[in-house]
Design a protein around this ligand. Structure first.
Ligand SMILES: [Zn+2]
Ligand SMILES: [Zn+2]
Length: 256
């Protein structure tokens, strides 16, 4: 699997865009940044979006992606996948023909550019060469983390936004998790804000590492709030026995 980093910040600032990770040019994990980071061909190859939650920073690229797709390739269909509450919020509050068009009717109700697919934490979902295992995570709104397993047997785990959590680590058991993308939003001095807002700081991440059945070979950090980036990076360097890497936008990494 090749994972391209379209955006990975926890806010927006020059050179720091909202989270979106593109797997093998076809499967998008969150859609905070899409149009700014992709050319026309890549946009047309996206067939599925796995959305962690309905917060704007994880979603705001999708309305414009659909707008572009209708103009460029109206025959394609983008499947937006998430848990029941997330899909419900997106239908009701975004694609409601008031904030943005209802793309499940465009260009026609018979062959729309957008369809929804609700996923459950009980049953894995198949998408082509991938199997998706969803877990509830601990955020201020309904939110899901995902294990994406390739047919070759290797897996990637993406937490999305979460505070201290359990289920997603348990779901790693029995999978060959080569890489984890986990959020760290605040520095340690703001631990109370991190806990109140459903996020992690470096000391909370260290505690999460102890809950994992096996520490993945690669751990990538995302969702840093821009003003605290240097401080968080320095504090992460003090966590022993693991190598943590900050994701760089515009780059990609490959897992075997
Ligand atoms: Zn959020
Ligand atoms: Zn966020």
């Amino acid at each position: 699997m090749e994972i391209s980093i379209l955006g990975s910040a926890g806010s927006e600032a020059p050179g720091q865009n909202s989270p979106a990770f593109l797997i093998d040019d076809c499967l998008l994990l969150d859609g905070g940044t899409v149009g700014l980071a992709l050319d026309r061909i890549a946009r047309c190859s996206i067939t599925h979006v796995l959305l962690t939650h309905a917060h704007l920073d994880h979603f705001k690229g999708i309305p414009f992606l659909l707008d572009n797709l209708v103009a460029m390739n109206p025959a394609c269909n983008l499947q937006l996948m998430s848990g029941r509450e997330v899909i419900s919020d997106i239908r009701k509050h975004i694609f409601n023909n008031r904030i943005w068009p209802d793309f499940t009717l465009i260009p026609s109700p018979q062959s729309p550019i957008l369809s929804y697919r609700t996923i459950s934490t009980r049953t894995p979902e198949a998408i082509g060469d991938y199997r998706i295992v969803a877990s509830k995570v601990n955020h201020t709104v309904p939110a899901y983390g995902y294990l994406v397993e390739h047919v070759s047997g290797t897996s990637l785990v993406y937490t999305g936004d979460t505070g201290p959590t359990e289920a997603i680590w348990e779901k790693m058991r029995g999978h060959d998790v080569k890489a984890l993308i986990v959020e760290v939003s605040f520095p340690n001095e703001l631990i109370s804000i991190a806990l109140a807002t459903g996020h992690l700081c470096p000391s909370l991440l260290e505690a999460e590492l102890h809950k994992m059945p096996k520490i993945p070979e690669k751990i990538f950090i995302s969702h840093l709030k821009a003003p605290f980036r240097a401080k968080i990076e320095a504090e992460l360097a003090h966590i022993p026995h693991v190598s943590l890497e900050l994701l760089e936008e515009g780059k990609s990494f490959r897992i075997p």
